[in-house]
Design a protein around this ligand. Structure first.
Ligand SMILES: *Cc1c(COP(=O)(O)O)cnc(C)c1O
Length: 415
């Protein structure tokens, strides 16, 4: 789409790297659950002169001159996000998911306050209280878990922990959890102990916006999401909240956590929200889930242990030790076949985080590319063949060729 004329003349070194990555993305299959391909329109909005502007503050109240036009773009982004998620208030300035969560904690908590979050190795996110992350360092997190039998969150246990710990906030919404979340039950427990409710829908936002998964937005106090995962926008995040918390959220984002917003990204967020409001986006979201369900079924047929026995969303965590291999080894073999995945812990993983037992697979990117159930079945067959014949280089070469051929039949939108 871009001709890169200027980059070609001025900095061929960097352009060469960009072109290599374009080729890699075109010819390889992306099964990393947090990734996606933005549209040409979203990409164009990002590459604009809006990046030149400083606009600390909010529409109508800026700390720099010349922001009348930037106000228009931020206002459109806010209005579209409100409509998309039926939110009372939206802040579209967070630079990414982790900074958005930092702002949420900053708005509602004091350092040392008690919070409940899901354990990282059970599907939670670093920013939900992991000891190496700012969240675990600044706040007093207690971690809840999934049930070892079902692989699902045990709401009775969550209630027990909440009654015991009396947290100031309960966090729900995860990075490696494949089931519907019982938002209403979280809300009931939080009400019982007087805690704030915070949903982090970074992974499932696109599916929620499309109405294909239940939304916490109508009754949770505050909801954050990245914009670049299933929502298929630019890298970034937004925070939604009830009107009564609007001021404290806005103040926490700026001047609390951030300086100037990235206005070119705000424009791209507006474009992505516009796309997500179209009927085609609902079709995409439905297909993402149908593809994930098919993939999970195929893995189960091939004898893999899928955590929780299946999926309600776009991802699944698969225990690779059921095939005598670690998650990291599986990641390397699939890389060799032109298939990108991310290794993942499984609940109560006996292996260390750098070499965990599982792999997380996701379908958003390949669905954007146009793959449907039939192609998913081929892909699952190749993945299984790669794992089972990992010691046969000719077999891995053959799989790589098949993957590449399929990729060239399903082009990514921006190339
Ligand atoms: C991806 C993710 C984030 C962090 O987003 P970044 O943009 O990588 O900072 C936060 N929370 C959850 C649940 C996520 O999955």
């Amino acid at each position: 789409m871009f001709d890169y004329k200027n980059l070609h003349v001025q900095d061929p070194e960097v352009l060469t790297i960009i072109k290599k990555e374009m080729k890699r993305q075109s010819e390889e299959m992306e099964l990393i659950a947090s990734e996606n391909y933005v549209s040409k329109a979203v990409l164009e909005a990002m590459g604009t002169v809006l990046t030149n502007k400083y606009s600390e503050g909010y529409p109508g109240h800026r700390y720099y001159g010349g922001n009348q036009i930037i106000d228009e773009v931020e206002t459109i982004a806010i209005e579209r996000a409100k409509k998309l998620f039926k939110a009372e208030h939206v802040n579209v300035q967070p630079l990414s998911g982790s900074p958005a969560n930092a702002a949420v904690y900053f708005a509602f908590l004091k350092p040392g306050d008690k919070v409940l979050g899901l354990r990282l190795d059970h599907g939670g996110h670093l920013s939900h209280g992991h000891p190496v992350n700012f969240s675990g360092l600044l706040y007093n997190f207690t971690q809840y878990e999934v049930d070892m039998q079902t692989g699902m969150i045990d709401m009775e246990k969550v209630r027990e922990i909440a009654l015991r710990e009396k947290p100031k906030m309960i966090v729900a919404g995860y990075s490696a959890y494949s089931r519907e979340i019982e938002w209403q039950k979280f809300k009931d427990i939080a009400d019982e102990v007087g805690a704030f409710t915070f949903a982090d829908i970074a992974h499932t936002a696109g599916l929620i916006a499309a109405g294909e998964m239940a939304s916490p937005v109508p009754f949770f106090d505050v909801v954050s999401t990245t914009t670049h995962k299933t929502l298929r926008g630019p890298r970034g995040a937004i925070i939604m909240c009830q009107e009564q918390f609007a001021k404290q959220i806005d103040r926490a984002v700026f001047p609390g956590m951030q300086g100037g917003p990235h206005d070119h990204i705000t424009a791209a967020k507006a474009v992505a929200f516009g796309e997500a409001l179209q009927p085609e986006f609902k079709q995409y979201a439905k297909q993402v889930i149908a593809n994930a369900k098919t993939m999970a079924e195929e893995f189960i047929k091939f004898g893999y242990r899928v955590i929780s026995g299946g999926t309600d969303n776009h991802l699944m965590v698969v225990d690779m030790t059921s095939k005598g291999i670690s998650g990291k080894e599986a990641e390397n073999i699939l890389d060799r076949c032109g298939i990108s995945v991310s290794r993942s812990t499984i609940p109560n993983d006996p292996n260390p985080p750098m070499n965990p037992s599982g792999v997380r697979f996701g379908t958003p990117a390949i669905t954007t590319r146009g793959l449907k159930q039939e192609e998913i079945k081929s892909l699952a067959t190749w993945i299984n063949a790669g794992i089972e014949h990992r010691d046969e280089p000719e077999m891995l070469d053959k799989i790589k060729d098949q993957v590449r051929e399929m990729c060239l039949n399903f082009l990514i939108p921006s190339i």
